[in-house]
Design a protein around this ligand. Structure first.
Ligand code: NAD
Length: 485
């Protein structure tokens, strides 16, 4: 299905795989450095053409009956399921994912297609009470038009799908820019699935490229909304550019998420959840448990258990060995993580596990006695590092958890549900899990953050219609109304 000859060195514009003007991108496997493919590299000129094709195709797509749009989404979902082996292999090799992470992306993307199919045939608005006799009064939702989607490398398939699914199902056209490190899992795969499923030409374009291509999307006058997933720093720039153009912009940004372990918690369960939350996909997930806040009486035991779990996790190439931890995405990320770890240790923290690496393979790391002023507490690490900080009371735990500008996810671990809910009530995050770890993204729940983790947008079926359509108030009457004016 992926049919390499079709897309190698090309970008997807107007329903065809074209030679771009930006040349090609070498797609390398992080674990081995092996060249996996050459993808097309888009330029600003390609963005202009993509915007034109999208703007031309969108009105017909919006007029296509919802049932027909739903059929395209369902077919693409079934094709994804049928090709899941080949797609999983791409995700594993291109992003350094372990098999379970690749499967999570595929299952979640399948759900996105199915939720999108349902969305396409749901109610498009409300019949309002008439304000005068003879008038019909409607509030209906219309597509926004052309949506620009800019996505990162860490979970490229699902992060593209959670924009594309609802945006397309609701009658928008999309210009997608995957990260240049993951153009296949983040772009080529979804384009091929939707192409095979019968999506009309021009409704989706895929343009791999860097920040310059992203900025060309944000500033293109035909692109009416931007959905950006990535770092808070880049999100600020995207928000400013979009704001100056009075363009709707949805920002899903970084996190510095706390897992709070109350003094009554079952520590085996808490350390198992925390190990997954901290180390899954090498900690390179916006929802990663990046701060472990533990009641002081149990912190020592928690540290021992978590360090023992970290020490047991096999590290290596997920494509050739059954490992729990694969490579990090690139040298710059490893250097960043290592810098944070070493600065934190220099400031007085102790190493309970890890803190070493072999090339891109960073050992799962547990740091103890981390305080608020240390970098591992204050910064989003985006690596396999679990910094432990102690608290004296539930109030203190809440204060520490909220002591960050981010506000994506939090977890509370306790054997008392009412106590867990009382703590959860006071956390300033878009997502809270009581007695589960921090990493979860499903198609039917609202996903997004508070504070510097975003600008208020949410993905997921309760919010998708709000996100990817706009209201129109429509009134009509049989007879033309006259005025004494
Ligand atoms: P990044 O911001 O560097 O890049 C993300 C995407 O934006 C890439 O496609 C990149 O090419 C593009 N980009 C970069 N600068 C741009 C600019 N000025 N204009 C337009 N596009 C630009 O982020 P990253 O390092 O690839 O990803 C990691 C970050 O993403 C972390 O902070 C993580 O927490 C965050 N993230 C958030 C979520 C979420 O749902 N909240 C999900 C995944 C990742």
């Amino acid at each position: 299905m992926l049919d390499r000859k079709r897309w190698q060195g090309r970008v997807f514009i107007g329903g065809t795989w074209e030679q771009p003007s930006g040349g090609t991108i070498e797609v390398r496997e992080p674990a081995t450095g092996e060249l996996l493919a050459r993808a097309g590299a888009a330029s600003a000129a390609d963005v202009r053409r993509a915007g034109e094709h999208a703007a031309e195709a969108q009105p017909d797509w919006a007029r296509t009956p919802g049932a027909a749009r739903a059929a395209v989404m369902r077919t693409a979902g079934l094709l994804l399921e049928r090709q899941s082996g080949e797609i999983a292999r791409w995700i594993m090799r291109e992003t350094g994912s372990v098999r379970r992470k690749a499967q999570f992306e595929i299952e979640a993307s399948f759900s996105e297609f199915m939720e999108a199919a349902a969305l396409a045939t749901q109610s498009q608005g409300e019949l309002l009470a008439p304000t005068e006799a003879g008038q019909t009064n409607l509030a209906r939702r219309l597509p926004i038009g052309v949506v620009g989607a800019i996505t990162p490398w860490n979970s490229p398939l699902i992060l593209a799908m959670r924009v594309l699914g609802p945006a397309l199902a609701l009658g928008n056209a999309v210009v997608l820019k995957p990260d240049p490190q993951t153009p296949v899992s983040g772009g080529v795969i979804v384009a091929r699935l939707l192409e095979e499923a019968g999506l009309p030409a021009g409704v989706l374009q895929v343009l791999p490229g860097g920040a310059d291509v992203g900025e060309a999307i944000v500033t293109d006058e035909r692109i009416e909304m931007v959905s950006f997933t990535g770092s808070t720093e880049a999100g600020r720039r995207v928000g400013a550019l979009a704001g100056a153009r009075l363009k709707k912009v949805s920002l899903e940004l970084g996190g510095n998420n706390a897992i709070i372990v109350l003094d009554d918690a079952d520590l085996e369960a808490a350390s198992s959840a925390a190990s997954f939350g901290a180390f899954f996909h090498q900690g390179q997930i916006c929802m990663t448990a990046g701060r472990h806040l533990v009641a002081e009486g149990i912190a020592e035991r928690y540290g021992e258990l978590l360090a023992a779990r970290a020490g047991r996790l096999a590290v290596g190439d997920p494509n050739t060995a059954d490992v729990a931890i694969g490579p990090m995405i690139n040298d710059a990320q490893v250097e960043r993580v290592d810098r944070i770890v070493h600065e934190t240790v220099a400031a007085g923290a102790t190493v309970l596990a890890g803190a070493t690496h072999d090339g891109l393979f960073y050992r799962p790391t547990v740091l103890d006695a981390v305080t608020e002023s240390m970098p591992a507490f204050a910064e989003e690490i985006f690596g396999p590092v679990a910094p432990i900080s102690v608290f004296a009371s539930d109030d203190d735990a809440i204060r520490l958890a909220n002591r960050t500008a981010y506000g994506l996810v939090a977890s509370v671990q306790t054997t008392s549900l009412s106590r867990g809910l009382a703590v959860a009530e006071r956390l300033r995050t878009g997502i809270v899990h009581v007695n589960d770890q921090t990493i979860a993204d499903v198609a039917n729940a609202p996903f997004g953050g508070m504070g510097h983790s975003g600008n208020g947008g949410r993905f997921g079926s309760p919010s998708n219609r709000e996100e990817f359509t706009q209201w129109q108030w429509l009134t009509f009457r049989e007879q033309q109304k006259t005025y004494t004016f």
